[in-house]
Design a protein around this ligand. Structure first.
Ligand code: UD1
Length: 337
């Protein structure tokens, strides 16, 4: 019995593979390494102490996916593999729809063909756009603003439709803003080119690779005018996947979307302060124009995660910054060093 972790060499996938191994599951990582490293798989093997098989293939290749199911005793699937850069998705919509939807369709078909019915799927709080009420609950209106976001929305709809008529049960986890790294400092986020997200950029400034941070707007209707997000430690997020699989294994039936956040909002300026505490660096910044497409503020309602998964985040913003810094300090060039 093994869990297929699609995209298991990526940032969230690799941390989840460790948590699954620690929870006693054998893991089969499938990854094409377009935005991930084999060294992450090496780290997963060391940290998890579990049996970790690796298949290097593209999940859009249906025959290859069927071979994975033929060659490994897969009983559960966690699906991370997807393109995830919002701005890139606006310029390359077809690449995003093709990659993110083909891989999901192929996995679902292979699961049905092989009688595998337990799926945990990566979704995102981007499906809410700018919510009318906060904290945002799973029943809030949906409406993604980018092709990337729409692939997440469509993914949820496809899974829900399949679960309604076939033996398939799914937890679609809507991640808020994952940050941090494994406390060992051997597993972390390794953006391919120039990072887009706040925390990797803050850490580049902290370690002197970048002079200043740009703060995108200080005139939002928030605590200090800067954007507010629900940052969640990637290890907490990883543990939510184990909890979701356990609930499915316990007999949960149907498809459900669940927020995975801490329930607390942190502004960009507050996050910079936390990063200063963790790194001891000055982290100079300049306030710039708002970034197109950004929402002012969002944080999660966490009652469904607590009630259904019996899970809640336990690590705070200082833990997130300390662990991210630990990784960044030892791996300034990510897995290349
Ligand atoms: C972004 C995506 C989201 C995706 C998520 C994946 C957009 C609009 N949203 O979320 O769909 O699921 O990444 O991790 O791109 N900020 C700065 N300066 C920077 C970078 C960011 O001030 O150099 C601010 C942003 O304006 C925002 C906050 O930091 O207020 C977080 O930004 P980011 O880390 O990019 O995440 P999101 O925009 O929330």
């Amino acid at each position: 019995m093994a869990v297929l972790v699609a995209g298991g060499a990526g940032y969230i996938g690799s941390h989840t593979a460790v948590a699954l191994g620690e929870a006693g599951r054998d893991v089969v990582i499938v990854d094409n390494f377009v935005n991930s490293s084999r060294r992450a798989v090496d780290a997963v093997r060391v940290l998890s102490g579990a049996e970790v098989a690796l298949v290097e293939t593209d999940l859009c290749d249906g025959d290859a996916v069927r071979r994975v199911f033929a060659q490994h005793p897969i009983t559960e699937v966690v699906h991370f593999a997807a393109h995830k850069a919002v701005a890139e998705s606006v310029g390359e919509p077809l690449a995003y729809y093709r990659n993110n939807l083909d891989s999901l369709l192929g996995l679902l078909e292979a699961m049905l063909d092989n009688g595998v019915h337990r799926l945990v799927h990566s979704s995102s709080c981007t499906v809410y756009g700018q919510p009318e009420a906060l904290p945002v609950s799973e029943s809030a209106p949906l409406g993604a603003e980018s092709p990337y976001g729409r692939t997440k929305l469509m993914g949820e709809q496809i899974i829900t439709d399949v679960c309604a008529v076939r033996p398939m049960d799914a937890m679609m986890l809507r991640y808020f803003n994952p940050v941090g790294a494994h406390p060992s400092g051997t597993l972390g986020e390794d953006p391919n080119d120039v990072p887009n997200n706040l925390v990797p950029l803050v850490m580049e400034v902290a370690c002197g690779r970048r002079e200043t941070l740009q703060v995108f707007g200080d005139d939002y209707d928030t605590v200090d005018g800067s954007g507010v997000r629900d940052y969640i430690h990637v290890v907490d997020l990883a543990e939510a996947h184990v909890a979701a699989l356990d609930v499915l294994a316990g007999g949960y039936r149907g498809a459900v979307a669940v927020n995975v956040g801490t329930g607390a909002g942190t502004s960009v300026l507050e996050l910079i302060e936390a990063a200063r505490r963790a790194t001891g660096a000055a982290i100079p910044f300049e306030v710039c124009e708002r970034r197109a497409g950004d929402v002012a503020k969002i944080w999660a309602a966490t009652d469904l995660a607590a009630g259904l998964l019996g899970w809640q985040a336990t690590r705070n913003i200082d833990d997130m910054m300390a662990d991210h810094w630990h990784w960044q300090r030892h791996h300034p060039d990510g897995y290349r060093r």
